[in-house]
Structures are given as structure tokens and as C-alpha cells.
Design a protein around this ligand. Sequence first.
Ligand SMILES: CC(C)(COP(=O)(O)OP(=O)(O)OC[C@H]1O[C@@H](n2cnc3c(N)ncnc32)[C@H](O)[C@@H]1OP(=O)(O)O)[C@@H](O)C(=O)NCCC(=O)NCCS
Length: 174
Amino acid sequence: MPPDSVIIEPATAEVLDEVLAIEQACFSAPWTRKMLAAELSGNQFAHFLIAKCPDPRSGSLAVAGYFCFWVVFEEVRLMNLAVLAPFRRQGVATRLVCTALRTGLQRGASRAMLEVRASNQEARSLYERLGFRQTATRARYYVNPEEDAVLMEMAPLQVSALCGQPGASVSGNG
Ligand SMILES: CC(C)(COP(=O)(O)OP(=O)(O)OC[C@H]1O[C@@H](n2cnc3c(N)ncnc32)[C@H](O)[C@@H]1OP(=O)(O)O)[C@@H](O)C(=O)NCCC(=O)NCCS
């Protein structure tokens, strides 16, 4: 997918149904509509991005993925990231995470952290590629299915060269 055909923008209440559908398609223990809505409008630290991509079937733009992250003072916390299967492996998640890292830097954050299921090699590889390193594990952290969490951090916070030229950051919902 050509890089300029992916549009990253802040989520609004109008796309909540599409984000919920992505969440349910991508996770075994998905966030509920209530949880998503709380992040979208009830959390001063939360930023909520969507990625719109051309849908090859219809030719129109579709919400292909979303990313919720927090900027809490000096720390960027990566919360939930998902891309629909037909749009994967085309750099969409990378674009979302890069936008978050830029936003964090612009807001004065100095490190970033996340938790990921130990078996989620796709996501671990994505984060490693962008500069995150494993720092710890948390035994049986996840449920449905029960699984350990791997903690990953990036300190100092940097925007990987893989992110390309600096683009516009977004203000999120906070
Ligand atoms: C993980 C996920 C968000 C990746 O989205 P994506 O848009 O396909 O990711 P990108 O195209 O930006 O991939 C960037 C890198 O991640 C790694 N990666 C992504 N998918 C991979 C796969 N299926 N196998 C191996 N590595 C993979 C690769 O290093 C890839 O770089 P490359 O394509 O140059 O080899 C997506 O697979 C997804 O939504 N999975 C289900 C939900 C989930 O696990 N979310 C993360 C929770 S922490």
C-alpha cells in the first residue's frame, strides 16, 4: 500500500462501531464498547487514533486499524493496537505507533512502555523493530487464554528512522 494512501487521524464517536468491530475481530478478550467510549472521551491522558486505508473491494476508505495510547507525564503507554487482517503487513500499525511516538515526544515524554502477550510474535517483532526492548515478564497476566505478559520499554523515547519523515502529530482526544 503506498504510504500516502494511509490516513492517520484522531478517532471520533462516529467511528466507535467500526473500532468495536476491529477490536472484536482481533482480540480473544476484546474491550467492550463502554471501555472504548471511556478511552475516547473520558480519559484525559488517552489518545485514540484510527488508520483509514483504501478498501480494494469498494475502492472507498475504510477504517483498517486503531490505536489507543496514553501520554502520562513523561511516559507514553501503548494500550490497544489492532489492524484488520486484510490490511496487515502493509505498515499500517507501524504508522500508528510512529504517530504516537511523535506525539509523545512533542508532549515532552521521555520513555514509552507496553505489555504484550508472550506468544504474540507479530506484535513483539513490530515493537522491537521500532526500538522497544523487553525488560520484564508478568506471569499469568492475561486471561482468555491465560498467558504471561512481556513488558517492553523504549528509553529514551525516539522516533525510529523506519517512521520516515516527521509528519503531523495528532492531538488525540485529551
Ligand atoms: C500486530 C499487528 C497490530 C500488526 O499490524 P500490521 O499493520 O500488520 O503491522 P506492520 O505492517 O506495521 O508490521 C510491521 C512489522 O511487524 C512485524 N510483523 C507484523 N506482522 C507480522 C507477522 N504476521 N509475522 C511476523 N512479523 C510480523 C514485522 O517485523 C513487520 O515488518 P515487516 O513487514 O517489514 O517484516 C496486527 O497483526 C494485529 O492487529 N494483530 C492482532 C491484534 C494484536 O495482536 N495487537 C497488538 C497487541 S500488543
